[in-house]
Design a protein around this ligand. Structure first.
Ligand code: ADP
Length: 206
């Protein structure tokens, strides 16, 4: 549970409504939340999707696990509490991006259902779209890919609490999209995401 420090702070409503902003910018914000095992393909798909969207003139911005841990979340480790706080902060930042009219693309293992559900609630409460994309690549395939050699280290006991090895991954129960990347091209996976964004009326067309 996150401690809320008691202070005299109040939400300041600006002069510009979200509708006005989105209409003026010709945009619709939302968060596309990629979750899945390490090496399942979250970053690869999110990055290719970001490029595709931006090349179409759509403001998409990727928040990526390792990158965020270099800055905003550099004081957090991998204990259950720190992982939860990591995800909560990302959820709050993604929500701000979505509110601004951008498509926030988050790629974090985010292994615990409760943490992801909290981020969904943050968006729901703010009337913003939260689209959960489960990158459902089997553990054996992820382990075979092992682009950063992390599974090898985890199997050797050099990394403790590694998701899928000695820490659980709680698969989403109601993801808006489930993608298995095994034997499929990145372009095919990106096309599925684009279709979803059109179906959810975030994009006018793919
Ligand atoms: P994650 O962000 O989930 O840890 P990465 O995107 O860093 O995963 O790594 C996924 C690896 O899988 C990359 O080496 C990528 O080239 C490979 N890969 C193979 N097929 C696909 C696919 N269809 N979609 C995404 N990644 C794929």
């Amino acid at each position: 549970m996150i401690e809320t420090k008691p202070t005299n702070i109040h939400w300041h409503e600006g002069d510009l409504s979200r509708d006005e902003r989105w209409k003026a910018l010709g945009t619709r914000g939302a968060t596309l939340w990629f979750t899945g095992l390490s090496a399942s393909g979250k970053s690869t798909i999110a990055s290719a999707l970001e490029q595709t969207l931006v090349n179409k003139g759509i403001n998409a911005y990727r928040l990526d696990g390792d990158n965020v841990r270099h800055g905003l979340n550099k004081n957090l480790g991998f204990s259950a509490e720190d992982r939860a706080e990591n995800i909560r902060r990302i959820g709050e930042v993604a929500k701000l991006f979505a509110d601004s009219g951008a498509i926030a693309l988050t790629s974090f293992i985010s292994p615990y259902r409760a943490d992801r559900d909290l981020c969904r609630k943050l968006h729901d409460d703010a009337g913003l779209g939260f689209i959960e994309v489960f990158v459902d690549t089997p553990l054996e395939v992820c382990e075979q890919r092992d682009p950063k050699g992390l599974y090898k280290k985890a199997r050797a006991g050099e990394i403790k609490g590694f998701t899928g090895i000695d820490d659980p991954y709680e698969a989403p129960e109601k993801a808006e999209l489930t993608i298995n990347t095994e034997g499929r091209s990145v372009d095919e996976c990106v096309a599925e995401c684009l279709k979803l964004l059109v179906d959810r009326r975030v994009l006018a067309k793919g």
